[in-house]
Design a protein around this ligand. Structure first.
Ligand SMILES: Nc1ncnc2c1ncn2[C@@H]1O[C@H](COP(=O)(O)OP(=O)(O)OP(=O)(O)O)[C@@H](O)[C@H]1O
Length: 693
């Protein structure tokens, strides 16, 4: 059922400008559309303007991929889609004419008939061969263009910074296939127009002068009515919201079938409850229309338009009948049969033109979205100065000063950092401690240029951090955090990629693996450094329900494929990520290293080893450690920053902060107490030495 109301249109002060909107209820959905006038040339021209440069760029892209392919794609497509159908119709009408002529005369002209049939057969063989070749070439072209678009999208995804991702300035909604489908639609549009010209020419050769325009007009009525009556939701800007509470509940309950919830559902013993609730939601939903909104919108026209459109398709038939009765001289069965075929072809092509123009306009927007990714403005500012600045001692770490720095994450109103002022000297070892949510990781994200400060100033080597080139700043910093992931590449590459210039240097990779504590783990894996963890989804799958539990040769084969997929524990992953960082630290470009709690999954021995190894490579680098278990590090720290609620509460050396008897001292004593209590208990439980002895 459709119900609706209209809002807006007249712009008053404080209101937003734009077309008025209409809100309607389609079954379980609320649909809001813009009300666009049927004919608004200015608006339509404005929309069409970006079409041309995008189409031109796309054709240029295809040309650059292969000029020959472009040429043959266009020629064979036009031949197969526009010319061949009309020519085939012309050849059939020749066969029919020869047969009818023979039947009329009582002595068929066998030579003429066989010549016409032979010609048509040769034509069909040639056209089918060209069509086969066209399909092959198009699929190659499709692969190349899709890979080209995949490259554009990948670059944009890789380059988008964190602020961009959070502000949704990302390439999430673009498709790699959009380039090919846009190109194909442009080609289809051109071919459909050429097809109509060929079909009109053909029908005009069969009709006497003056009749051809009438026939064409009658053929046009049905596609025109179809276009007028068509109600397409996708043709206008719209919003859809499922708002029926029973439908939403039914959907939510259906979600519980996902493996993610399995453990909670089984341990909670709630299977029967969920099934009961699902049945109740279905009953309450009743007969509400849950078909897609686009389908419901399309169907909301009522039957009159359908009947009228169907009637219009019989107009040419009326024309044949009228001509046979009133103008039988120029008409015979062959002409009627050929015109009938021509009319079906015209119908189809007219409708295809409307569709292909509409689809091409939509597709061009999708292709444009991919090209626009090149112009996505990255949120983190980049300056012109090189880093390190010219003439600066190369062997020195990065000095950083922060003055009244505050920061809020994009979309958040609260301050993650509030008025932070600090000074880090070149080559110092800094330890940042503080409670959960106190801003430690945020500080690291600002130091590593993942975000710019919202207010205040950060200076590096005496210059505003934003005046240096972003690429140089990134090259000069290295980070190791809990969030570091392994890539779906070999372990060799996972480690080697830390320093891309030496990605194949096995000597350096071995050393980095050792420093990260991953050497033992790599040697345990069957393929050693060549092992690929986290195989990309889709590289191995079963079709038609083949399972590893199947006691069949195919089931066994599937089991074997999956057995080759190695996996490692969380702590081992962290060791591999740490090895990548050690590889990165082999680059003398790195001047600042930020290590943010990489040890959450590491055992105490591995953690101590990691910190010691990091300290050993700190020559020429400033090092910042964020950790909750800071006992190992504090004695080495040049400066300890203790944070609370986004601000630096205390700063100094371990001795200075202990003397302060504040937050740091409290945290340190909590950690030390657990240790000393344990030592005391151990001492008490050990047998006392005998006095006699
Ligand atoms: N991406 C984000 N978007 C919005 N707010 C965030 C985001 N990340 C962190 N915050 C908020 O910023 C504040 C500081 O978080 P941060 O991660 O820097 O704390 P932390 O001291 O590193 O905490 P932990 O010890 O738990 O790792 C917190 O209030 C947190 O909720």
């Amino acid at each position: 059922m459709v119900s609706g109301n209209t809002v807006g249109g007249n712009v008053t002060r404080g209101q937003v400008a734009g077309p008025p909107i209409r809100s309607m209820q389609l079954g379980v959905y609320r649909v809001v559309t813009e009300i666009l006038p049927l004919f608004n040339p200015r608006q339509q021209w404005k929309k069409a303007v970006p079409f041309f440069p995008t189409a031109a760029r796309l054709v240029r892209d295809v040309y650059e991929l292969s000029p020959w392919m472009l040429f043959f794609c266009v020629v064979t497509h036009i031949w197969c889609k526009s010319i061949a159908p009309s020519f085939s119709l012309y050849l059939s009408s020749r066969i029919l004419a020869a047969i009818e002529d023979g039947l009329k005369r009582g002595s068929p002209d066998s030579a003429a008939i066989f010549q016409a049939v032979g010609l048509r057969m040769i034509f069909m063989v040639l056209t089918t061969a060209v069509d086969w070749w066209r399909a092959r070439m198009q699929s190659k072209m499709k692969e190349r263009l899709t890979s080209q678009f995949a490259r554009y999208i990948l670059r944009s995804k890789l380059e988008t910074d964190l602020t961009g991702v959070q502000a949704n300035v990302s390439s999430r909604h673009v498709s790699e296939a959009s380039g090919w489908y846009t190109f194909k639609n442009l080609l289809d549009t051109v071919c459909n127009v050429a097809g109509v010209v060929a079909q009109l020419y053909l029908s005009s050769t069969m009709l006497s002068v003056g009749h051809a325009p009438i026939f064409t007009l009658l053929c046009l009525v049905r596609p025109i009515l179809g276009a007028v009556f068509s109600k397409s939701l996708s043709s206008k800007p719209h919003l859809v919201q499922a708002n029926d509470p029973h439908f939403l509940r039914m959907k939510s309950l259906r979600e519980l079938g996902r493996p993610t919830y399995r453990e909670d559902i089984l341990t909670g013993d709630i299977v029967e409850h969920i099934i009961r609730e699902f049945r109740r939601a279905v009953n309450l939903l009743g007969d509400a229309d849950i078909r897609k909104p686009s389908v419901q919108y399309q169907a909301s026209n009522g039957p009159a338009s359908y009947i009228l459109t169907k009637l219009a398709s019989d107009l040419p038939m009326l024309y044949y009948a009228a001509n046979t009765v009133y103008n039988s001289a120029g008409f015979n069965l062959t002409v009627i049969a050929s015109l009938h075929q021509c009319e079906s072809l015209l119908h189809w092509t007219f409708e295809s033109i409307v569709d292909s123009v509409w689809i091409a306009a939509q597709q061009v927007n999708l292709a444009k979205a991919v090209y626009d990714l090149e112009h996505v403005v990255h949120k983190t500012e980049s300056g012109d100065l090189p880093y390190p600045p010219l003439g600066r001692p190369h062997e020195q770490g990065m000095p950083v000063e922060m003055r009244n720095v505050s920061f809020s994450y994009p979309g958040s109103t609260s301050k993650a950092l509030n008025n932070v002022t600090l000074s880090i000297k070149a080559g110092q070892l800094i330890v940042i401690v503080g409670a959960n949510g106190s801003g430690k990781s945020t500080l690291v994200k600002l130091l590593t240029s993942l975000y710019d400060a919202t207010s205040g100033s950060i200076t590096v080597d005496g210059e505003d951090i934003r005046s240096y080139r972003l690429a140089d700043r990134r090259r000069a910093t290295a980070a190791l955090t809990q969030g570091h992931r392994l890539f779906p590449l070999s372990l060799r590459e996972n480690i080697g990629i830390g320093n891309p210039a030496h990605v194949a240097d096995m000597g350096m990779i071995h050393t980095a693996a050792k420093q990260g504590g991953a050497d033992g783990l790599v040697s345990k894996l069957g393929d050693g450094f060549e092992t690929v963890l986290q195989q990309t989804w889709g590289t191995q799958f079963s079709e038609n329900g083949v399972k590893t539990t199947d006691n069949t040769p195919l089931g066994e084969a599937f089991k074997k494929i999956l057995q080759t997929t190695a996996d490692v524990s969380g702590g081992e992953r962290q060791r591999l990520a740490a090895s990548r960082t050690f590889m990165r630290l082999t680059s003398s470009d790195v001047k600042l290293v930020c290590v943010d709690e990489p040890s959450a999954n590491l055992d105490p021995e591995a953690e101590l080893q990691l910190f010691n190894n990091l300290r050993m490579v700190r020559q020429g680098k400033t090092m910042v450690f964020v950790t909750h278990r800071f006992a190992h590090l504090t004695k080495h720290a040049d400066l300890i920053l203790c944070m609370k609620e986004g601000a630096i509460l205390e700063s100094g050396t371990h001795e200075e902060l202990m003397a302060l008897d504040g937050e740091y001292c409290k945290m340190f004593e909590i950690q030390a107490k657990a240790f000393t209590e344990f030592q005391d208990r151990k001492r008490q439980s050990s047998p006392k030495p005998s006095l006699v002895e």
